[in-house]
Design a protein around this ligand. Structure first.
Ligand code: ATP
Ligand code: MG
Length: 286
């Protein structure tokens, strides 16, 4: 077994050590590109931090093609590249309201940089600061490559996003199959994005579930269904999360529901969220 694989298995063991107090690692992946991973990661993280009062670090794991900063209107001057060159996490974190963000970068300048892209090193650095957070959310790149698999299997939960497009469904299934067959990784939750209605979304997710059950006896969980919403496109153009630009949009509400399932908490009204914000401001663990 090579050293990378050994290190990875160590990480997975660490993850499952219940005595360790640490953030919950969440990976957002898809298989096919352009299905809405980054929008989901940004809005989900924002809602966890601002509405549920959780301490959240959002990490742009789309190495070389990062665009979390675009959706949050942030400048990418501090980024993952600095972390890979030896900087500490604390020195490269940026903030969007109560949300901490570790940005990715666009473009690879040298071949050396490609060699420096060691995901295990990044995960180890995140482990060191994981007591400072309730959640660390990782927006992964599209495709089934080594980096995505490493990020996913070292996460407590991986959200696999699909859309109603047959190609997106096939690729989501392929990703789940790879995670399960290669690593016996089963902490997977499914999300259907850009759906006409809930029925369409749930029937797609049931189809994926049935295929997994029939072909390798595994039944992934269902997280929820997100509607196709023009306001997502508008807010991307304005470089603002949908959750802040359109707090009552069905897309925002559907992500709130998924966040509520993740935390096991219900947000009853805005006054509650105000107190959560205040608590978050003073970094008191909820
Ligand atoms: N629910 C939605 N309704 C309408 N448009 C959406 C929705 N979700 C995402 N989009 C649009 O789809 C496009 C891709 O979204 P996003 O960048 O989040 O996908 P991605 O999976 O991160 O892509 P990549 O694989 O390139 O990283 C964006 O233009 C976004 O506005
Ligand atoms: Mg993306």
């Amino acid at each position: 077994m090579n050293i990378q694989a050994e290190k990875l298995i160590e990480l997975v063991k660490e993850r499952h050590n219940p005595k360790k107090r640490r953030a919950k690692f969440i990976c957002v992946a898809s298989g096919k590109g352009g299905v809405g991973k980054t929008n989901f990661s940004v809005n989900f993280s924002y809602i966890l931090s601002s509405i549920f009062g959780k301490r959240v670090l959002l990490l742009d794991g789309d190495v070389g093609l990062g665009n979390v900063h675009v959706l949050l209107g942030l400048s990418p001057d501090k980024n993952l590249k600095m972390l890979m060159k030896g900087a500490e996490v604390e020195d490269v974190i940026q903030h969007f309201e109560y949300l901490d963000v570790l940005l990715g970068f666009s473009g690879i300048d040298t071949f050396q940089e490609l060699e420096d892209l060691d995901v295990v090193t990044v995960i180890n650095k995140l482990e060191k600061i994981s007591d400072d957070y309730d959640f660390i959310v990782l927006d992964a790149s599209a495709g089934i490559n080594e980096n995505v698999l490493k990020f996913a299997v070292s996460s407590d939960t991986t959200y696999v996003i699909t859309t109603p497009e047959p190609t997106a469904i096939t690729d989501a299934y392929a990703l789940i199959k790879s995670l399960y067959k290669l690593y016996k990784y089963d902490s997977i939750k499914l999300v259907a994005n850009m759906c006409k209605n809930k029925n369409e979304g749930f029937s797609i997710l049931e189809r994926i579930r049935r295929s997994c059950e029939n072909f390798f006896s595994f039944r992934p969980k269902i997280a929820g269904v997100l509607p196709d919403s023009n306001n997502v496109k508008i807010s991307v153009r304005y470089r603002e999360p949908v959750a802040t630009a359109f707090p009552a949009d069905p897309y925002t509400l559907a992500i709130k529901e998924i966040a509520s399932l993740e935390t096991g908490e219900i947000v009853k009204d805005e006054s509650e969220s105000f107190w959560r914000k205040l608590k978050n401001f003073f970094k008191v663990k909820g």
